[in-house]
Design a protein around this ligand. Structure first.
Ligand code: PLP
Length: 359
């Protein structure tokens, strides 16, 4: 049975991308692979808005999130926490045996640059982690304003998870001075799960080279050494790299500005549906995500039953909340390939199901 995903990851995959995944396999140490790597690298650098290398990691995003901790924390990390993914990062740092503190804000609120300044002014930290777009709460943190503060502390290496915002909104890696930007492929890039992408600044690579216990699989120094030969440290998930090449064609054919505008527009359509039906936004409006909407279930609809009906009647699914806000919130994704037409169809179907639940 097939049905369309409007959950915030993994998201719906296009026919073209599915086709690209079935490209005939090549040797990962062949000239064909080098040509593939060299073809996509400059496009990835444009998309990441950086002149630093963009590395391809055969893992989900968490591999690189954990790897960043292992590679970059020498003294102590400050883990900024505002939802399920960012909260867990502190725990992961501790599990890696690193010193780390949490700066926690209430779920639904955004990180505050001034609070971050106070932490960093203590001089205790040499690394900061944060999630740009908290996929659980639907908060998009003010990354530029945060980086304006973080840049004042040159000993602090910044690591930003852009898993659910990457390619949907501008993220100016070099201009904002972010050392590591990481993402996964199954969110706005709309590729099936299995590949993570990340960039590392010279500063980050220099730090990694000094840190003990980096391990092998996620060693940034290994990534750089292999990158210099247009290769990856170990056998990469080749089908996904073919799919990525295909997706990059799509992205640059559409144009970045048009892609950002499309996400903004489709997100506004979901907000309009929400407001029109008497639901409220879970995050503060000013910091609401552009790629998904976390809605407060203030009308107390049985969302599991609602979603089941949406699937039966229209072959579509949304998400009924994540972590400790499951049930009291639900989430609708507009990331990836969604258009005004497809989101228009979704909201019409949501209306039809809602009518059944309220009549
Ligand atoms: C989905 C998501 C992750 C986790 O990605 P995996 O691919 O499951 O490792 C991490 N951070 C954010 C913000 C996410 O949305």
């Amino acid at each position: 049975m097939s049905y369309k995903l409007y959950i915030p990851g993994p998201v719906e995959v296009s026919e073209k991308t599915y086709q690209a995944l079935t490209t005939h396999i090549i040797g990962h140490r062949s000239q064909d692979f080098v040509a593939l790597y060299d073809d996509i690298q400059p496009k990835l650098q444009t998309l990441f808005s950086t002149t630093s290398p963009v590395f391809l990691s055969t893992s989900s995003a968490w591999g690189v999130m954990e790897g960043s901790i292992r590679n970059l924390v020498q003294k102590k990390a400050l883990c900024c926490m505002c939802g399920a993914f960012s909260d867990k990062w502190l725990e992961v740092a501790h599990r890696c045996g690193k010193q780390a503190d949490g700066y926690q804000v209430e779920w639904g609120k955004a990180l505050e640059p001034e609070a971050i300044r106070k932490y960093l002014q203590t001089g205790e930290y040499d690394c900061i982690t944060m999630v740009h777009n908290e996929t659980s709460t639907g908060v998009m943190n003010p990354l530029k304003e945060i980086m304006d503060v973080v840049r004042e502390f040159p000993e602090v290496i910044s690591v930003v998870d852009t898993v659910s915002s990457f390619s949907a909104v501008p993220i100016l890696t070099d201009e904002w001075g972010i050392d590591v930007v990481l993402t996964g492929c199954q969110k706005a890039l709309a590729i099936p799960p299995g590949l993570a992408l990340f960039t590392a600044s010279d500063r980050a690579l220099a730090r990694a080279a000094q840190v003990e216990g980096r391990g092998y699989y996620f060693d940034f120094v290994e990534f750089k050494k292999n990158h210099d030969k247009s290769m990856t440290p170990s056998t990469p998930v080749l089908p996904h790299i073919f799919a990525l090449k295909s997706k990059l064609e799509d992205i640059f054919e559409e144009g970045l500005e048009a892609r950002y505008a499309r996400h903004e527009k489709t997100n506004a359509m979901v907000h309009e549906w929400m407001t029109r039906n008497g639901f409220e936004l879970f995050p503060e409006k000013q910091f609401a995500s552009k790629t998904l909407t976390t809605v407060s279930n203030n009308r107390n609809i049985d969302m599991n039953a609602f979603n089941k009906r949406l699937k039966e009647r229209f072959q579509m699914v949304i998400n009924t909340g994540y972590g400790k806000i499951k049930g009291v919130t639900f989430r609708i994704s507009n990331m990836g390939d969604e258009t005004e037409e497809t989101i228009g169809e979704l909201v019409r179907n949501l209306d039809a199901v809602l009518e059944e639940f309220t009549s």
